[in-house]
Write a protein that binds this ligand. Structure first.
Ligand code: NAP
Ligand code: GLV
Length: 306
């Protein structure tokens, strides 16, 4: 069995060593043009030339959860695309989102400013019942975030494509229930995959429906958010702030207004990083299962786009 590794921005040696240790029976190499056809690929942001040449792949394993960038490429017919499922990302996402939520809810930025002035001053406690948290996307990451947020006793709502029933939270589904979901939410967390249906979903129309003083946390993809619409709603006062981890152009260009906006906190696409050991273990387990003729979870539905 041959496995080809092609990942932009990753030092290949530790990945190759880890994959070789996990799959000693396989021949594993760093892809280069003209390499013999492989059975499986482990990829992140490969060039189109990779799939044009490696056209006999049984499966391509993405070392991330989101496959939007890969779906812009022409995949060889018959190749399954497999995404990462959790692999240590969901707990990171839960801690990032809870930190952003609590930092805003408990006004830590204001306390920090006071402390720098040597001021011992209290703010009126907020009622968490007035801070319903709406989560867009109830997949692997959204569900883990919902559980963590519920642990702090915020009211939690969720919105997904198909109907879910999750204890302790109100679940909404589909375009028909989007407005009800938004108007019942004050904090909005985006954990959707980027697909033609979800691109630009954080737009003026939808963000205006959040309760006044709303807060936006986008940890999914930059193209979910219409930047100008968010800026307008922050400046009009309808929204109180935003924590943004993902952007239309990454790295976020130095001249972008998000960097300097007093109500926006920018982080560099770091809310849930790919962890090498967990990722290798998950991919190796799936390759072994596929070799034994089993079906594996996490296969992308190319029609749905996630
Ligand atoms: P997932 O398990 O595939 O879950 C996707 C969820 O979105 C599902 O609940 C799905 O609904 C829902 N959804 C999809 N299309 C929808 C639509 N048109 N309307 C309403 N709901 C829709 O994905 P995941 O593993 O949780 O990851 C989610 C995303 O997080 C990834 O695609 C990636 O873009 C992003 N991400 C970001 C980082 C970071 O560091 N910032 C790290 C990892 C992942 P159903 O349940 O009905 O299918
Ligand atoms: C990171 O953004 C991922 O999709 O895993």
């Amino acid at each position: 069995m041959r496995i080809s590794f092609c990942c932009a921005d990753s030092k290949p040696e530790p990945w190759l060593d880890g994959l070789r240790a996990a799959l000693p029976q396989a021949e594993i190499s760093l892809w280069e043009s003209g390499a013999p056809p492989a059975d499986y690929a482990v990829v992140w942001a490969p060039p189109q030339q990779f799939f044009d040449e490696q056209n006999q792949l049984r499966a391509a394993f993405n070392i991330g959860a989101g496959v939007d960038a890969l779906l812009k490429l022409r995949l060889p017919p018959g190749t399954q695309l497999v995404r990462l499922e959790d692999a240590g990302m969901s707990v990171q996402m839960a801690e990032y989102v809870c930190h952003a939520l609590i930092r805003h809810f408990r006004e830590f930025d204001a306390y920090e400013a006071d402390a720098r002035q040597g001021q011992w001053s209290f703010r009126k406690p907020r009622l968490r019942a007035d801070w319903p948290v709406g989560i867009m996307g109830l997949g692997v990451l959204g569900k883990r975030v919902a559980k963590a947020v519920s642990g702090f006793e915020f009211p939690v709502l969720g919105w997904s494509r198909s109907q879910h029933a999750i204890e302790g939270m109100r679940c909404f589904a589909g375009g028909g229930q989007l407005d009800d979901f938004l108007s019942a939410s004050k904090v909005l967390i985006c954990l959707l995959p980027l697909t033609p249906d979800t691109r630009d979903i954080l737009n003026r129309r939808n963000l205006s429906r959040l309760q006044p003083g709303g807060y936006v946390i986008n940890v999914a993809r930059g193209a979910h958010l219409v930047d100008e619409d968010l800026l307008q709603l922050l400046d009009s006062g309808h929204l109180a702030g935003a924590t943004l981890d993902v952007f239309r152009t990454e790295p976020l260009p130095t001249e972008h207004p998000f960097w300097r906006h007093p109500k926006v906190l920018v982080t560099p696409h770091t809310s849930a990083r790919t962890l090498r050991d967990e990722t290798i273990a998950q991919i190796a387990g799936k390759i072994v299962a596929m070799e034994q003729g089993q079906t594996v979870a996490g296969v992308v539905d190319l029609g749905r786009g996630y």
